[in-house]
Design a protein around this ligand. Structure first.
Ligand SMILES: [Zn+2]
Length: 237
């Protein structure tokens, strides 16, 4: 019976796996994903080791073809990053909501967005399509433009985007293309939402292997401003 080496067991203990039975119950892919999340220096060698243990096949007997299959299997998993604290999510969504109010104050559809890198806000935006006569001027695009300028780079790896309302198809494309690490949205948008509602833009692993999506965080809370905005626009009798 193959046993876990001391070196690997030290690593596995940090993700709550204390013996072979527990590893088998969790599975090699899930265990490997968790290791990658919390430890640096984890390579595919650990994936192969975990596979050999779970399936009780000696590491040396794993073929190159099988290793390629295992790597592909891991790449097909949805993106996953270090978990965000609920306090962090709420803190930044509240700031995004303040930005949405700025849009409302100038008669724009009230949506706000911001981009965070290492707990620092590097881009902010609110919807300004009417005042700029620019259909591209959605809150997310404005925030992305500001963050790209700040970083002097069109790639926003390691950045998280917070937005009050589920992004549309255009913004989802911009989020994927700018390689934003994580998208957090407050409420679903049933008519134009392109994350979960009308389209599931982030589900295609071929085009999106980096952006994790969290949301809707609180449908009632974050849809309220938008609902009120459109209700107030209805003609009164
Ligand atoms: Zn949009």
């Amino acid at each position: 019976m193959l046993q876990i080496s001391r070196n690997l067991q030290t690593k596995l203990s940090q993700i709550g796996i204390n013996n072979l039975d527990e590893l088998m119950a969790i599975g090699y892919l899930e265990a490997f994903s968790r290791l990658r999340l919390i430890l640096s220096g984890i390579s595919f060698k650990e994936l192969f080791l975990l596979y050999s243990l779970v399936n009780q096949i000696e590491y040396q007997k794993l073929s190159e073809d099988l290793k390629s299959v295992l790597i592909e299997e891991f790449r097909q998993l949805p993106p996953r990053h270090k978990p965000l604290a609920v306090e962090t999510i709420n803190k930044y969504l509240m700031i995004a909501e303040e930005l949405a109010y700025q849009a409302k104050d100038v008669g724009e559809i009230p949506i706000g967005a911001l981009i965070v890198e290492n707990d620092q806000i590097i881009g902010k935006g609110f919807n300004q399509t009417r005042s700029h006569n620019d259909i591209l001027a959605h809150a997310e695009i404005e925030a992305i433009r500001e963050a790209q300028k700040f970083k002097q780079n069109f790639r926003l790896n390691n950045c998280d985007l917070y937005v009050t309302i589920e992004p549309c198809l255009m913004c989802s494309g911009a989020i994927i293309n700018s390689r934003i690490r994580r998208l957090v949205f407050g409420a679903r948008e049933p008519k134009t939402g392109a994350c979960v509602s009308q389209f599931q833009s982030f589900n295609n692993i071929e085009v999106n292997h980096h952006c994790e999506v969290i949301g809707p965080v609180d449908q009632n809370k974050y849809s309220q401003l938008l609902t009120d905005f459109f209700r107030n626009k209805l003609p009164t009798i």
